[in-house]
Ligand binder design. Structure first.
Ligand code: HEM
Length: 418
């Protein structure tokens, strides 16, 4: 239950506590509510105990946390004043080499370059292009569910949820089928961002290696895939580094997010049997909005960062040039001034689609349409083919200050024929 009067202890909690997400099974909404009410543009200091296990990153500066929908919306839409390029788009402070890498990355380019590249990429994510990809995604989803439907149990995240985004990414990029499992493995390793440093070789570098290999193939034998366009389009003129960055960004951006949203869907339906019964009473009528509500309610990518480019104010609070801003999509998506009774999970919520889980403005998620399509196809298979799924034990939440992710979700169900 969210309280209206908030204790000083709660208000002074720190969002850098890496246990905060797993402890709350998702974003710390009590804390966000308290800040939104009492201190909506909240200064979060650094804690001496927090050191990220991410190569090239540290946390040396405090930052403003935005919890109101309108503030997150307004800042996201103003790239000139709130930059994704200046100091990167993640909340960590980056060493020079890492910062240069982020700036070469599509999401961190200068606004004009970013806009030009986005224009170039858009056709690959248009309704028309995705329509053409749709039979292949249907087939992949069916194959994934065929594999698990015949048994009585599976681990949903690895066996099901992580596969479709990776296989789809392989289709989009034109990656040969025999390389898929390697991409699944590396994609999963990279997705758990904050434990990446624990691997002997950072899986991002391995993905880079893979990108180089595939880029070379596309140079030799161009085809209609996105990777081939990126490598061979002379007008776009991307450097080798930029092409590799694209590959890694798409591998990460489309993977963990879609995987976790599917896992959250299962967890939420199990926790809200009334909502699940309603969904099953008319799957075609409710599934689309149910997915929007899951996106709103869970906001798997809970935040991105911007850097203030000139002294200004956000929602009435003065901020200085160089300040770091944490856009809390998770908090914005539970703002009661936009979403009535925001902590209620309601698959019929009329304005669920207004959520900011995909961001907004110039950097709005380019893969949103694709993610929605993948989730729809996959979850329809689940709801119709293993409808009596139940959780086996407790899900495991990722220890992260960035992603609201479930990493382990064993389920059981009545087996059915493929
Ligand atoms: C449920 C699934 C997904 C969620 C929740 C999600 C979330 C987000 C968010 C919040 C942003 C905004 C970043 C910002 O403003 O700085 C974003 C951007 C982006 N997403 Fe997604 N995403 C999802 C799926 C995908 C997929 C499937 C792809 C690609 C295959 C993708 C590729 C990207 C890229 C390339 C950007 C950068 C766009 C830009 O800077 O212009 N995402 N995503």
């Amino acid at each position: 239950m969210i309280q209206s009067a908030h204790s000083a202890d709660l208000l002074s909690a720190n969002i850098l506590d890496p246990d905060i997400f797993p402890a709350q099974r998702g974003a710390p909404h009590r804390l966000f509510d308290a800040w939104r009410t009492a201190d909506p543009v909240h200064w979060n200091p650094v804690t001496p105990t927090y050191t990220p296990d991410i190569p090239g990153s540290s946390m040396t500066k405090g930052f403003w946390v935005l919890t109101r929908y309108q503030d997150v919306f307004d800042v996201s839409r103003d790239q000139d004043l709130f930059s994704s390029h200046e100091d990167g788009f993640v909340i960590w402070d980056l060493e020079e080499e890492e910062l240069q890498r982020q700036r070469a990355n599509f999401m961190g380019m200068l606004p004009a370059d970013h806009q030009a590249v986005k224009q170039f990429l858009m056709p690959a994510f248009s309704a028309r292009a995705l329509q053409a990809l749709s039979p292949q995604i249907d087939k992949l989803a069916k194959e994934i569910v065929d594999q698990i439907a015949v048994r009585e149990r599976c681990e949903f995240v690895f066996d099901v949820a992580s596969r479709l985004p990776v296989y789809t990414f392989c289709e989009l990029m034109g990656i040969p089928e025999q390389m898929r499992e390697r991409v699944v493995e590396l994609g999963n390793a990279v997705a758990d961002v904050e434990t990446r440093g624990a691997h002997e070789v950072d899986p991002t570098f391995q993905l880079f290696g893979l990108a180089q290999e595939i880029a070379e193939q596309k140079r030799q034998t161009p085809d209609g895939s996105l990777m081939s366009l990126l490598v061979n389009d002379a007008a776009l003129g991307l450097s080798e580094m930029a092409v590799n960055m694209f590959f890694v960004v798409f591998a990460i951006a489309g993977h963990e997010t879609t995987r976790s949203t599917a896992a959250h869907f299962i967890q939420l339906m199990a926790a809200h049997p009334d909502q699940y019964a309603l969904l099953r009473s008319d799957v075609d009528g409710h599934l689309e909005n149910a997915i929007e509500e899951v996106l709103r309610y869970t906001s798997t990518t809970t935040n991105f960062r911007r850097t203030v480019m000139a002294d200004t104010e956000i929602g009435g609070t003065p901020v200085r040039k160089g300040d770091k801003v944490y856009l809390s999509y998770a908090a914005a998506n539970r703002d009661p001034s936009v979403f009535a009774d925001p902590h209620r999970f309601d698959i019929t919520r009329e304005n669920a689609r207004k959520h900011l889980a995909f961001g907004t403005g110039p950097h709005v998620c380019i893969g949103a349409r694709l993610a929605r399509m993948e989730l729809h196809v996959l979850l329809k298979q689940i709801v119709t083919r293993i409808p009596d799924f139940q959780l086996v034990g407790e899900p495991t939440w990722l220890r992260s200050i960035w992603f609201n992710a479930i990493t382990n979700l064993p389920i059981c169900y009545t087996a059915s024929a493929a």
